[in-house]
Design a protein around this ligand. Structure first.
Ligand code: ADP
Ligand code: MG
Length: 700
């Protein structure tokens, strides 16, 4: 039997092959189910009217009630059009039609009262409405059953062929009225009650054709809850299964390595937050379960030390560690830092990246397999098949929010018992997103910066005041500080971006000439050896200024660098700006971040810049970012493989998300296998989802 929601959209009256194709390609609607999930993004209250006087520029979904006058046709052939004036108590607006003139002219009687609905635009300084929906006021009053008119999103192309909001609404209506319309209940009776008692079928009905605001609210709340609930249930269930089937190595010993390091080689006292997080990690790794923990800590909060202490626990228990970084530069930096910190310890620390030479690689792999290497640091190269460990106990993944379950699974193959996994990220992810992205991970937060840090002072400067900025840089250099100057490098405009970078480098070299000054340059296209060289020179203080692209964005740590200048700051996203700013403010000196922009700024860029100037708080910044970009985009760039949301909104519906998560948790706590007959509905949905849409399916 054909399930209702799987019925191809062509089977709907009024669709046919051509429209079917249009629905599929333009709106992604292939089945009845897809059409059902194409929710209105807004509702217009058709019992309310705007006044002509309130109208301005571009306005959509404008509804007016007024009297028609001066109906006439103008122009010839292609330019032929029908115009009329609509007058209400506040003013007059032009109406215009280019098509259907023959039908409309007899209807538009001078002096008749009409309801018009449509989009207002400004043309030659006059407001007009082209092709409004039109109804005689008398008819309209008689037929007023649904005051709340759904507004559906559509595309220009679909719209031009009759699939405008109204057209989609008609199709939806036809579908809901089919005698075979049936949707099985997905929630348990008590959950339905909790959500106001509205059934699934009714919820869909009211979401598309609400009778009143209250029913609409109830319906959308239920549908949002349901959408978020099943995602949470799936994530949490995965966690239950993992805890059950996957045993972890039990690290019981706190041995000499950790103790020695702690008492003799620790370069600074860990912050309380660092101590707390290490404790949480130790507890996980000692539990006999496999650890999957996310450590969130703002830039500069000291995640590296947390990783190091955790790795020492693993080593004390006789297990090797892997430390994976997203870029070669960062891997090298970690290698340098960790080698330095561990140099008095009897430990073999090695680096493996894509540019490790074949011969070296061969001996390294052999030493790894025999257990001679204790700690291997590297890039994605660590994931490759020939990389075989003797006994891998802990994998630390730094700054990679793209690292999903699939990648983690790849690591498991590298050990008999899956290693513990620690994911570290500074990319501030709003809690709601973290809950959805990392719902199957435990989360620790380092919510404290090491003492003595002064917040970075951030200012916005226009390109026109560049000279003053350079004078400031000169002063800072005179104080012995170092400076980053970062240029955007966007792949699509790579050529001109690289030119901007080299031009910038040249003009800086002229402004800060040798031998008094030294300016270095760094970008991703340079060969690794040159990159190393430039980075090393800057680290050693041999260059005063490093002109670079965002290759230095993540994790790079040069405490003496105290000024970050970001060129074309309007072209960067918020989280990127925040990451870049995090490269300074690492020492005890006052640090600065200077955001350079052109004179003209769009609204979003202005908000981004102002947010950066206003706050240093990564979480606050991430909330603004999420609001500006929308979760889709944010997650798109993260390639997170997050399930698509049709009705819920991660920003607006935080509260529902939290409720969904806690209900899901409560259910699984009481009935982890969903065997209770009361849970039969949700168990069915869950097994269906797990079969058809594995949560992380899109990660390759
Ligand atoms: P992130 O969390 O951004 O990875 P890092 O681990 O790179 O931060 O640490 C940032 C800087 O702070 C480093 O220079 C590090 O040596 C220093 N640091 C880390 N923890 C402490 C601490 N407890 N006290 C003082 N300095 C610290
Ligand atoms: Mg780091």
């Amino acid at each position: 039997m054909q399930v209702f929601i799987e019925t191809p959209i062509e089977y709907l009256k009024g669709v046919g092959p051509q429209r079917g194709e249009l629905l599929r390609t333009e709106l992604g609607i292939a089945t009845f189910g897809d059409l059902l999930q194409h929710f209105p993004f807004r509702y217009v209250d058709r019992s309310r009217f705007q006044a002509v006087r309130e109208l301005h520029g571009e306005m959509e979904n404008v509804q007016l009630r007024g009297t028609v006058s001066q109906v006439k046709t103008l122009g010839e052939k292609m330019g032929r059009r029908l115009t009329a004036k609509l007058t209400d108590s506040s003013g007059t607006i032009d109406l215009v039609w280019f098509k259907g003139i023959r039908w409309l002219q007899p209807v538009l009687k001078d002096g008749a009262e009409f309801i018009v609905f449509g989009k207002v635009t400004e043309f030659n300084g006059r407001l007009n409405m082209a092709h409004p929906e039109l109804e005689l006021a008398a008819n309209w009053e008689a037929g007023l059953d649904n005051a709340l008119q759904p507004v559906y999103s559509t595309t220009e192309k679909a719209s031009a062929r009759g699939l405008n909001s109204r057209g989609i609404g008609k199709l939806t209506e036809a579908m809901l009225q089919r005698p075979d319309f049936y949707l099985p209940e997905t929630l348990n009776p008590d959950l339905v009650t909790l959500l106001g008692g509205i059934s699934r079928m009714d919820a869909f009905r009211h979401a598309h054709a609400p009778r009143d605001q209250r029913l609409l609210d109830e319906a959308t709340r239920r549908l949002k809850f349901e959408e978020l609930f099943f995602i949470q249930l799936q994530l949490l269930k995965q966690k239950v299964l993992m805890a059950r089937s996957v045993h972890g190595v039990r690290f019981t010993k706190v041995g000499t390595l950790l103790n020695d390091f702690y008492s003799k080689h620790l370069p600074f006292e860990p912050t309380n937050a660092q101590k707390r997080v290490v404790k949480e990690i130790r507890k996980d790794m000692g539990s006999g379960r496999q650890m999957n923990r996310l450590v969130q800590g703002d830039v500069g909060s000291g995640k590296t030390l947390v990783a190091l202490l955790s790795m020492l626990i693993s080593l004390d228990n006789g297990y090797q560690c892997a430390f994976m970084a997203p870029t070669e530069i960062l891997a090298q930096q970690h290698f340098a830092t960790l080698s330095r910190m561990l140099k008095e310890m009897p430990l073999e620390v090695r680096l493996l990246t894509g540019s490790t030479k074949t011969a070296e690689r061969r001996s390294l792999l052999a030493a790894l397999k025999s257990g001679h290497i204790h700690l291997l640091i590297g890039t994605h190269a660590l994931l490759e098949d020939p990389v075989v460990f003797h006994k891998l106990g802990l994998v630390v993944i730094d700054e990679q929010h793209r690292f999903g379950v699939a990648q983690r699974a790849k690591l498991w193959a590298k050990a008999e018992v899956p290693p513990h996994v620690l994911v570290m990220t500074a990319t501030p992810i709003p809690r709601t997103l973290a809950m959805t992205l990392y719902g199957d991970l435990d989360v620790s937060v380092i919510d404290e910066l090491p003492p003595g840090r002064k917040p970075v002072k951030t200012v916005h400067r226009f390109d026109s005041s560049r000279n003053a900025v350079f004078a400031f840089l000169e002063e800072e250099i005179a104080k012995g500080r170092q400076i980053y100057i970062v240029y955007p490098l966007i792949e699509e405009s790579e050529k001109s971006d690289l030119k901007d970078l080299t031009d910038g480098f040249e003009s800086l070299s002229r402004r800060f000439p040798l031998p008094k000054y030294a300016v270095g340059m760094l970008h991703g296209r340079m060969d690794p050896a040159t990159k190393d060289y430039e980075m090393a020179r800057f680290k050693k203080g041999e260059t005063n200024i490093l002109v670079s692209t965002t290759v230095i964005e993540v994790g790079v740590d040069v405490p003496n660098a105290s000024v970050m200048v970001i060129e074309n700051a309007e072209r960067f996203g918020l989280s990127q700006l925040h990451q870049l700013r995090g490269r300074v403010g690492r020492g005890a000196d006052q640090s600065f971040c200077i955001l350079m922009t052109g004179d003209k700024l769009g609204n979003d860029s202005r908000t981004r810049i102002n947010t950066m100037v206003r706050t240093n708080d990564g979480f606050e910044i991430s909330e603004v970012d999420l609001r500006l970009r929308g979760p889709g985009d944010l997650m798109g760039t993260m390639q997170s493989g997050i399930p698509e949301l049709h009705i819920a909104d991660l920003i607006a519906d935080v509260e529902i998300l939290q409720q969904a998560r806690s209900v899901a948790q409560r259910i699984l706590d009481a009935d982890p296998d969903l065997r209770d007959p009361a849970h039969v509905n949700i168990a069915a949905v869950l097994s269906d989802r797990t079969r058809n849409k594995p949560l992380w399916g899109r990660i390759s």
